[in-house]
Design a binder for this molecule. Sequence first.
Ligand code: COA
Length: 303
Amino acid sequence: MNDLVIREAVSDADYEQWRQVRIAVLPYERCPSLAELRDLDKPGRLMLLAERDHNVVGHGLSDESNESGRAAVVPRVVPEARRQGVGTALLLALADHAVAQGYDRTGCTVDDAGSVVFAEKFGFAEVSRQVEQVRRIGTEPWPAQPTGYQVVSVAERPELWPLAYEQVALPTFPDMDVPSLLNVSAHDWATEWLTDPEAMFVAVADDQPIGVAGLLPDPDKPERAEVAYTGVRREWRGKSVAATLKRTSMAWAADHGITDIYTWTQQGNTAMRALNEHLGFTYGITSIDVRAALPLTKQEIPG
Ligand SMILES: CC(C)(COP(=O)(O)OP(=O)(O)OC[C@H]1O[C@@H](n2cnc3c(N)ncnc32)[C@H](O)[C@@H]1OP(=O)(O)O)[C@@H](O)C(=O)NCCC(=O)NCCS
């Protein structure tokens, strides 16, 4: 494999190539824009490119996970360059970096059976699943302003978003069905979790945020958007706050030419799945969350 080069993505052109691999491997998912990727740069975050004969054939990411206490390592190889050792070279480089950062545990998410076999070879094992829920956008009426609270966009009231981090996000993260508590910083909340203030909605009571929901529009595919984090404070549950916020975002989507929205829900999060089903979402693919101890050990799997 002499001609395979694994190198760090540094320039904007490298980042754009990194994006193109992500789009080729996950065509059904929104990819962060160049500006969004740059916002995520931080010490310890490593982005790699795999090149053969000056063609980019894969990429990788090694970073702190947003799940407390572990690294995230993600090798991806374009379909036409698979089964040639590129994924192995990327994964080993990413895992070495995670070990050098002090991590003893890592994980990633795999969407297809072949990638699961690859991951198992390196000691990864399934811990949980996520289901994709999808919804066609048709004629979506704007809900009437509710009584008892108000719905506003973050564009109208930007000061509510940092407040919503403290008052909605942090108190509701423990209710997600994830293997360990989410570790999302105020900076992540202001960048990765909010990409378009017009498309994000906050429910407000007594001038305090009580719930959030919205969309992450997709500049690469303007006809679709990913559903952003939905959360409602516990004392406000069972009062249609989440449904009203989500219906508001679907009306916004219809007004902005969006025809399809999708979201990933933890398989065991029955409340969120039921809410989405109630709003007309159906099921797409299932994703498998895998975890492994670091340093990685190659397992011998028969066959
Ligand atoms: C997983 C992925 C990175 C593997 O990349 P790759 O370059 O094809 O992997 P390698 O060639 O290094 O494979 C090493 C070994 O893993 C196993 N393997 C890899 N892909 C496999 C597949 N589709 N089916 C069965 N086994 C597979 C094989 O044992 C392979 O060795 P072999 O080809 O000599 O039999 C690639 O399929 C991919 O990009 N998947 C989508 C992204 C993803 O899920 N990434 C997370 C993985 S933890």
